[in-house]
Design a protein around this ligand. Sequence first.
Ligand SMILES: [Zn+2]
Ligand SMILES: [Zn+2]
Length: 273
Amino acid sequence: MTKIDRIDIDSQSSLVEAAPSNFFLGKFKRAGDVLLDLLYPPQCLKCGAIVESADTLCISCWQTVTFMTPPWCDACGIMLEFDSGPGGLCAACARQLPVFARARSVFAYDDDSKAMILSFKYRDRTDNAPAYARWLARAGADLLEDADLLAPVPLHWSRLCWRRYNQSALLASALSQETQIAVLPDLLVRRRRTASLGAMSPSRRRRTLKGAIRLRSSYRDRVTGNRILLIDDVLTTRSTAQACARALLRAGASAVDVLTLARVKRPLPQAAS
Ligand SMILES: [Zn+2]
Ligand SMILES: [Zn+2]
């Protein structure tokens, strides 16, 4: 699979801006941006206060959100207290490695950050997708470097009817636009609606998800031999990401990584083997 080099795109776009024939176009574009900012001033992604640029938080919200920073567990991405060098693992992953290779997230999912996820997921703040994609691109730079294909964690059709959009698919598509890495929004299908997994034991979660997530068979060739990057809004247990990773690995994916906007601060509960 061909992947457009991001550095090439960046250097090409800077060349285009420098070309004299595009000088006036650039002026018009900047004037248009100024007008748009006046009509629809950029808002803090969390509280809606007016801010300077479109993909940021106001100062008071910035102080409440815990952004994920290294050192982190090489497998599940949880922040570690001590740097144990490249490949360092948290205690949970040292006991049992996840099925996916690496997971990374932008910020911790807690009472302070929940509002951003909920407004994106349920309150139609889909216009935030490009800004979140830029955050994902920064937090997941290592994973994106190796990714051949992006795919969202799927939503069951009944939930899709109710919510009207799959927030993970919006993130994956916006991230594809940002990075030029191919995306298949319907690569995985959720065949069964499953109850909320949060309160279940690991073995019950595994039983609940068994056979619930499948690869769309027409895409098998796109998966074989490729490294897939799964995109989701929140990582709360390993179970859903593992079920997706199992389906992709069975179809011949070389590896599966996971990139999410948020993740729980505690270690991800162990998955039943
Ligand atoms: Zn704010
Ligand atoms: Zn870990």
